[in-house]
Each structure stands twice: as structure tokens, then as C-alpha cells.
Design a protein around this ligand. Sequence first.
Ligand SMILES: Nc1nc2c(ncn2[C@@H]2O[C@H](COP(=O)(O)OP(=O)(O)OP(=O)(O)O)[C@@H](O)[C@H]2O)c(=O)[nH]1
Ligand SMILES: [Zn+2]
Length: 360
Amino acid sequence: MNDSPQDEAKKVAARRAARAIDALRRGWLIGVKANGEILNLLPVETGDLDSSLADKDQVSLLISASRADTLKLLNQLAAADPLLPVQITLDGPVTAEEVIAIVDPVLDMRHPMKGPFRSEALNNPVAAKAAMELARHGGLLPAFIITDGPAEDLVMASDVAAYADSSALIMSAHAKLPVAANANAHIYGFRSDADATDHIALVVGERDDSTPVVRLHSECLTGDVLGSLKCDCGPQLHSALDQMSEAKWGVLLYLRQEGRGIGLINKLRAYALQDQGFDTVDANQRLGFAIDARDFGIAARMLELLGIANVKLLTNNPEKVEGLERCGIAVEERLPVKIAANPHNEFYLDTKRDRTGHKL
Ligand SMILES: Nc1nc2c(ncn2[C@@H]2O[C@H](COP(=O)(O)OP(=O)(O)OP(=O)(O)O)[C@@H](O)[C@H]2O)c(=O)[nH]1
Ligand SMILES: [Zn+2]
């Protein structure tokens, strides 16, 4: 089947975004274009900072709005949009260590005094916002050195949306998978030609015309595999499979959205901030991310591909209900997930209830 010109354009856009994300992970320079102008950026986390900073009289950095807030820089930009990234300029010579101390909140205790910096209005806010999203998709700290070009990988700010487009997801494999909770289970694999992340669904029990019990489970390597006591993910996963087995049938969507969409390494950074006393919400914001960066459109698309339009959703998170309904899935009922707290996750569960509206 031939793609329509629109589909072809989306693929080209997704490819440019994928190349840019790959470049960022390797520490290469990217150019982000919006409104006819290119913003050339070197990722602080992976880039060769020493050679980029050498002999510079001035160095400009692009950091997230919430990082700028922590550094008390937002008030310098009185009229600024509080969600816009911020450009700061330092007088040279500047060392790699100084730059890292500015962008990495985990080091704040070690380097409490920073600055003075000048923050400036962005001349390409659309490109700057897209750069923050590219860093998140790459699982990197959202911080860049603004450099001179030309960059080999040029991405349009609008390409990020094509990369994250859940309609590109297709079902690619299907097999029986007996699991401990239920020997009658089937696994379905999903992938997309836009983004390299694979997702899976486990259909538990005998499918019929009744509404299935569905659980959207976001990947948590520490909880699901290592049995971390910091969160409730592992017990929730197993309790969900048990509840599905007790119902007529159920569907577990295992979404590869580690750390609520910020990636494994950034989640571990959030844990390091939690070790310093910040809660899960503040930790995400200090890193420069949204409290929850997940896109539940992916789950809705997986349900659509499985031919499921109505669900009974196992969750305490109202955002999951709204996220699915916005994408046309009817949530007939919300079933609470009750997990006994332990001394290590009590504060985390309280934070979810008090700050992110989780019901219990
Ligand atoms: N960034 C970040 N992610 C975390 C933290 N603790 C757990 N996670 C991630 O949060 C996600 C787990 O969320 P879910 O189990 O889907 O639950 P939920 O949004 O709390 O909603 P429920 O359906 O009520 O469980 C996983 O991707 C975990 O990796 C944390 O402290 N910081
Ligand atoms: Zn977890």
C-alpha cells in the first residue's frame, strides 16, 4: 500500500526527530529550526563540553523554566511565559564543571552558590521548547549549550509531534504466554516506525463480549524487576493480573514509559533528589520535567488495535481515566487499586494522593 503525501511527510518528520534524539544521546550538536531560524544546541549531559567551552568569552545555556526557577532566574524575566525554557549567559572563561553544576539539580547540595548569570528573553521560543521535548525523549537532562552551527542533524520544531504520534503504532506479533497469574494468557507486541519504543499487551483469560478489566501499567524497572520498596509498581502489577484472572477477562497494557515518561536515568536522578528530601513531584520539576510526561494516547491506540472500545479501568489516577476518554475509549468504571503501604513508600503514596490527585 502506498502512503499518502501526508503520511510520507509525517514519516520524514519522525525520522528527523529520531535522528536528532539519537544525536543528542551521542553528544552531537543538533539544529532545531522554527520560524525560519535555527537554534544550534549541544546537550550538556553527553556533549564534549571542554572543546565547546574553550576560548569562549561568553557562553549561553538553554535550561528549563523550572530549573531557572530553582536558580531564582525567572524573576529577571518579568513578562516571560513561566513554561518557556530560559537562556542564560555567563562570562568566560567557563569550565565544564561550572556548566554541569548549573544544570544538574542533584549537585545543588555540593555546589550551592552559582551565578551571577544574565537571563535573556529567547529569540526562538518554539525551537527551545522542542529541544526540551527532544531531550526528554532521549532520556537526557534538558539542558544545552547554545553554539554556532552548522549541525549535521537538523530537526524542525514541529517534527517532535510526528515522533510522538501514537497513530503510527501497529500490532506486530502475537503469541500464547501462560503466566503465573493465569495460564490462559496471550501477549501482543506493538511497535511504531516513528519511535523505537515497543509496548506490549497481555490479554488474560477468555475474551468475550463483556467489558474487560484493563490496567495501564507504566514500566518501572526498579519496582517491576528489582522489587523496589520505594513505589507500589510491582505489587500493583501482580494485583492487577490477579484481579483480571478473577474477572472474566482482562488486559494489561505494559507501557514503556519509565519514570512517568522521563526515562530510567532521569528517574534515578529523581530518586537521588528524593534521597535529599524532595518529594516525587518536586524532584521531577527540579530536573526540568513535567510532573507526569506520559501520553496515554499510546494506550488508547493499543486498545483500538485490540478492538476494545470499553473498559473497566484499574487505577487510582484520574488522569489515566481522562487520558483514555479524550482518545475515545469509554471508561465504564474506575476500579481502585489498593496496595498496603510499607515504610519506604508511605510518603510517595501520600504525595500521589495529596499532590497529584490520586484517589484511594
Ligand atoms: N519520575 C518518577 N517516576 C516514578 C517515581 N516513582 C515511580 N515512578 C514511575 O511512575 C510510573 C508508575 O505509575 P503507575 O503505576 O502507572 O501509576 P500511577 O500513575 O500512580 O496511577 P495508578 O494507576 O493509580 O497506579 C512508572 O513509570 C514508574 O517508573 C518517581 O519518584 N519519579
Ligand atoms: Zn515503581
